[in-house]
Write a protein that binds this ligand. Structure first.
Ligand code: HEC
Ligand code: HEC
Length: 146
């Protein structure tokens, strides 16, 4: 066995032996039994919120946050290369007509066209479901009052 390979293997073994100590006392939600069924919550059938235009925006909790979608998106969440129904209400041209907020200025090129890296809206903007957190958390935003 070459010297460098021996060194590499002993480093790997050492990492295995010493690396475990830091995980002592850490348990997964599922427990240590790999075959145990996990505790995934029941699938949520409906998004929270109603028809667009019938609700109010959800307060943002941190600077630069992509605002959460406050309305249901059933029937128009499928975004393809030829069809993006979000833009039927949120594009700069349609937003005033639909009384919807216009996409952020950061989404537009200097010629006021939509930047293609902003086309897939639901990469960043997500609808909400009425799901309780799996584990308690102490999240608090960094905006005043949050
Ligand atoms: C029929 C018109 C319509 C369609 C289609 C639509 N929206 Fe909306 N959207 C609205 C309106 C109106 C609001 C303002 C809040 C309200 O009244 O529901 C809104 C609010 C939002 C907000 C909150 C903005 C903020 O400043 O808080 C986001 C984000 C958003 N929509 C994203 C989307 C995405 C992503 C899609 C596509 C999956 C989409 N919307 C499809 C009309 C629409
Ligand atoms: C790469 C992430 C990303 C994508 C993709 C994206 N957005 Fe946004 N969006 C943001 C962020 C971050 C903000 C808040 C800051 C800003 O305005 O740039 C925002 C803001 C908004 C707002 C509120 C604008 C305002 O003036 O308050 C609307 C409405 C919106 N986006 C709609 C959309 C729609 C519709 C699409 C798809 C065509 C989309 N966004 C795609 C990240 C994204």
């Amino acid at each position: 066995m070459s010297k460098s390979l021996t060194l590499l293997l002993s480093a790997a073994v050492a990492a295995g032996v010493f690396g475990c100590a830091q995980f002592a006392g850490v348990n997964s939600l599922r427990g240590s039994e790999a075959s145990a069924p996990d505790l995934a919550p029941a699938e949520q059938k409906l998004y929270a919120g109603k028809r667009p235009g019938s609700g109010a925006p959800i307060a943002r909790t941190f600077k630069e946050q992509p605002p959460l979608i406050p309305h249901a998106i059933e029937n128009f969440d499928e975004i393809t290369s030829t069809d993006n129904q979000c833009l039927e209400c949120h594009s700069p041209a349609n937003a005033p007509k639909k009384a919807a907020p216009k996409v952020g200025d950061s989404h537009l090129t200097v010629a006021a066209a939509l930047r293609m890296d902003r086309y897939q809206c639901n990469t960043c903007h997500v609808p909400q479901v009425d799901a309780k957190p799996l584990v308690a958390n102490h999240f608090s935003g960094n905006l005043p009052g949050r």
